[in-house]
Design a protein around this ligand. Structure first.
Ligand code: ATP
Length: 325
């Protein structure tokens, strides 16, 4: 559905010098530097996938989204999305995609949300019946009824984001590009946005490309991760593969009434112990967690047990460190 082959994009940026003398000189001979935002990026994404596109600040994520959505023309390489070259066949192409930039609005600030939607209906030339069907589905699933008549500038960030997502889907696109859609949202709004994206993907088969710095977004939504750093693609794999790459260690925390001696279980290394709680580390490649818990419960009455893998956030930080980005 999406195919990028050797995409590169550079920006020429004017050098800023300090001091009045330097600024005067720059009026006549401005110096430039080149920022290589994307360097020979290649990947393909299949229909119905949800892909997490991650990387540290300035890695090239937004530039990639802009190339894929046809806003930017790359210097080199080819990009085909549903058979279109995004920056060439723009008018026909944008009917097939939805784009949300979390940091920027596509809604008109001073008019009620519904008026913005009507304008988008005209811009995208959405047939009446299709518009009404999509609007009613989006109003219900994103709980927009109470805010449809409110001007955008009066909305909270969470309310606005739900409207932005609806706006990007009014024309029923097959692909949705989301650039930091949960930035600044509270926990409840984040969960609502994630639930909606998941349902959209499962029920309508919409392909989703999601950039975010929030690794819990990635964990909740993306099966596959593309990681970019300094303009280069550094990792392409599933979260499961990432977990295996970082080992099969799991942390087991057990709570019990009281126990006056450290518990010892074959196959588990004790990380910490107190009369009410013990924490073990287990290699699940060698020992089954169920066996360890059953051995523990044979020794002591357990009140609570939790099993944790290394958080995705930590794995990603290690991956960034490995690649020195
Ligand atoms: N219009 C532009 N003019 C000059 N430089 C740009 C422009 N757009 C992006 N860049 C540079 O290209 C590089 C990649 O930027 P990009 O916005 O794609 O990163 P990002 O991964 O989305 O970062 P962030 O997570 O901070 O949003 C950065 O060094 C940025 O300064």
């Amino acid at each position: 559905m999406i195919e990028l082959q050797g995409i590169s994009k550079s920006f020429k940026v004017a050098k800023r010098s300090s001091g009045i003398g330097q600024a005067f000189k720059a009026l006549f001979a401005r110096e430039h530097t080149t920022v290589h935002a994307l360097q020979e990026i290649s990947f393909s994404i299949g229909e119905g996938e949800i892909v997490g596109y991650i990387g540290p600040n300035g890695a090239g994520k937004s530039t990639s989204i802009k190339v894929m959505s046809g806003i930017l023309v790359p210097d080199e390489g080819s990009c085909s999305v549903m058979g279109y070259t995004p920056w060439k066949d723009r008018t026909a192409y944008v009917k097939n995609i939805g784009v949300v930039f979390g940091q920027r609005s596509q809604l008109w600030w001073d008019v009620p949300v519904l008026d913005s939607f009507e304008l988008l209906k005209d811009i995208y030339r959405i047939p009446d019946a299709e518009y009404r069907g999509n609007l009613s589905m989006l109003t219900e699933t994103l709980d927009l009824e109470p805010i449809l008549k409110v001007p955008v500038r009066q909305l909270s960030l969470g309310q606005r984001m739900r409207c932005e997502i609806a706006a990007s889907l009014l024309h029923g696109p097959r692909i949705l590009f989301l650039d930091e859609p949960t930035i600044g949202l509270d926990a409840v709004s984040k969960l609502a946005v994630r639930r909606f994206i998941r349902t959209l993907n499962e029920e309508k088969g919409v392909t989703v490309i999601l950039t975010t710095h929030d690794m819990s977004d990635i964990e909740a939504l993306a099966e596959r991760i593309l990681m970019i750093g300094k303009g280069t693609l550094l990792y392409d794999g599933t979260i499961g593969e990432l977990r295996n790459r970082f080992g099969t260690e799991r942390k087991i925390t057990v709570d019990y009434e009281t126990c006056d001696r450290p518990l010892e279980i074959e196959g588990a290394k004790t990380l910490s112990w107190s009369p009410e709680r013990a924490v073990f580390s287990v290699d699940t490649g060698q020992y089954r967690i169920a066996d360890l818990i059953s051995r523990l419960s044979g020794q002591i009455e357990l009140l609570d047990v939790s099993v944790e893998a290394k958080p995705v956030e930590e794995m990603i930080v290690e991956l960034y460190r490995e690649h020195r980005i």
